[in-house]
Write a protein that binds this ligand. Structure first.
Ligand code: CA
Length: 224
């Protein structure tokens, strides 16, 4: 395993590298947000341990940008803060797990093992949720032998929903992550969710995009 550590407190960054290397894995540290993003996008790492408060670009922005560019490397967020709000923001941005500082070495290693085990030892290029699979390079959504191609925006919305597992994703969040640079409104989100529902039905998946009034959307699996 090759692990990237993004943490501006050098002593802590170096301590984390030392812990990981003591577990017979390789780790590199970078100390600011922009260098962190470049390294995270390089394709050289199997997992990222990342602080939230960083100079240049914060941890949530980095994860958001990684996910936007289709990089699915698992991210463990570190923070000194313990508020639920920070946790929710980090997970919404696309982080996979969250750990509050200070922590003990065995906890860090256990969480990294869990994250990398979930993804396997090879870089994955697809995400799955129940009976559907989304290919991150071809943008094909499949269920068993049925395949349908997703347009750019459909792909982005679906990949956000799938990587959020069963968590609720708000319309506003989808709007800001998928339509960041445009004048789109919540109607666009609704329209794309409706396209995706049709495509899920078309491939015969049991996965449904459920609307939670005032909250947003969540993937659910229809019972038999
Ligand atoms: Ca920091």
């Amino acid at each position: 395993m090759n692990i990237l550590v993004v943490e501006d407190e050098r002593n802590l960054a170096d301590a984390i590298v030392h812990i990981i290397e003591g577990d017979a894995q390789h780790a590199d540290a970078v100390y600011d947000g922009r260098a962190g993003l470049r390294a995270a996008l390089s394709g050289a790492y199997d997992a990222v341990v990342m602080d939230i408060m960083l100079p240049g670009m914060d941890g949530n922005e980095i994860v958001h940008e990684m996910r936007r560019q289709g990089v699915s490397v698992p991210v463990l967020m570190l923070t000194a803060r313990t508020s639920l709000d920070d946790k929710v923001k980090g997970l919404d941005a696309g982080a996979d797990d969250y750990m509050t500082k200070p922590f003990e070495a065995p906890e860090l290693l256990a969480r990294l093992r869990a994250l990398t085990r979930r993804r396997g030892d090879v870089l994955i290029d697809e995400v799955t949720f129940a009976d559907v699979k989304l290919d991150l390079s071809t943008h094909d959504l499949s269920c068993r032998d049925a395949v349908v191609h997703l347009s750019g925006k459909e792909f982005e919305v679906m990949s956000i929903l799938m990587t959020s597992s069963a968590r609720v994703v708000s319309k506003q969040d989808l709007l800001s992550r998928v339509w960041a640079d445009s004048e789109a409104s919540e109607n666009s989100v609704e329209a794309y969710v409706s396209f995706l529902r049709k495509k899920l039905a078309h491939i015969g998946s049991k996965v449904q995009i459920t609307t939670l009034r005032m909250l947003g959307y969540r993937l659910e699996v229809l019972a038999d």
